[in-house]
Design a protein. Structure first.
Length: 58
């Protein structure tokens, strides 16, 4: 006895949401985090102080 083949339904092509967890938001957040990390490293390199010391918090 053979089993019937499962049928697949196509994934609907919906527009990307403007808010929430979507690919664009995640990509933008990752880029902002990388930029912030590089800026923090540059501040430490050029001033000779840590970021918290530079901001007066340490």
């Amino acid at each position: 006895m053979t089993q019937p083949q499962p049928t697949t339904t196509p994934t609907p092509n919906l527009p990307e949401p403007k808010f929430g967890f979507n690919d664009y938001a995640e990509r933008l957040n990752g880029r902002a985090a990388m930029l912030g990390f590089v800026v923090a490293l540059a501040i430490e390199y050029f001033t000779g102080q840590g970021l918290l010391s530079w901001l007066g918090l340490n």
